[in-house]
Design a protein around this ligand. Structure first.
Ligand code: PAN
Ligand code: ZN
Length: 202
């Protein structure tokens, strides 16, 4: 059987397979997919995430820090399936700390994930179960494997939006509580115009 794929046209697909048509712009990470999910996080929803609470209080809580879009080709919670998505983090700082995602560990802890950077500059901050924290630089083309059991957060260290694509198991889920309680063990701050990775006590 010959299968011809042309962004939305599959010829000869088996009738018992649901035709999931999707397309990625590999330069920007933008995604076209059926029932695309989207969400956005504003500064007001990110209390306690930034260490300089006084600066956070002086800023507009309606400021969008990041947007996420993703495709769920199978229902959330399906074992063995995958999700595909992307994130755009705006440039900016709260005090000396760069804008970043909330960060999480997967609810089913052994679930891994791939991140791939499309636009901008940043750092992927990671923390394993023993409390060790480290970071990987993100730039267009960088590909990051996030092992299971490792909490993860992305920081935009540049002056344009940072964009990356991601692929994760459809049953992974997100545990945000662990990051709220314990942090990531490190922060990325601007020092003399440079992004510096600093270990913290949390
Ligand atoms: C990503 C993240 C996304 C937003 O899709 O969910 O970058 O970050 P937070 O979930 O920490 O707000 C991912 O890692 N999915 O598993
Ligand atoms: Zn994740």
């Amino acid at each position: 059987m010959v299968l011809l794929i042309d962004f939305g046209t599959i010829v000869g697909y088996p009738t018992d397979v649901h035709p999931n048509f999707a397309a990625v712009d590999w330069v920007t990470g933008s995604l076209q997919a059926p029932n695309l999910h989207t969400s956005e996080k504003k500064l007001g929803q990110l209390r306690t995430v930034f260490h300089d609470q006084r600066s956070w209080e002086t800023m507009d809580p309606e400021t969008v820090v990041y947007r996420v879009w993703w495709w769920e080709p199978v229902p959330a919670g399906t074992e063995g399936g995958l999700f595909w998505g992307g994130t755009e983090i705006q440039p900016g700082c709260v005090g000396d700390e760069y804008f970043m995602t909330h960060g999480h560990r997967h609810a089913i802890v052994n679930r891994a994930e791939f991140y791939g950077t499309t636009v901008g500059q940043g750092m992927l901050v990671l923390r394993d179960e023993s409390g060790r924290a480290w970071a990987e630089k993100m730039k267009p083309g960088s590909l990051h494997y996030i092992p299971g059991r490792v909490a993860h957060r992305v920081v935009n260290t540049g002056n344009i939006p940072l964009r990356f694509v991601a692929c994760w198991p459809s049953d992974a889920g997100h545990d945000y509580e662990i990051v709220r309680e314990r942090g990531l063990g490190a922060r990325v701050c601007q020092r003399d115009g440079q992004a510096v990775f600093e270990m913290t006590q949390d």
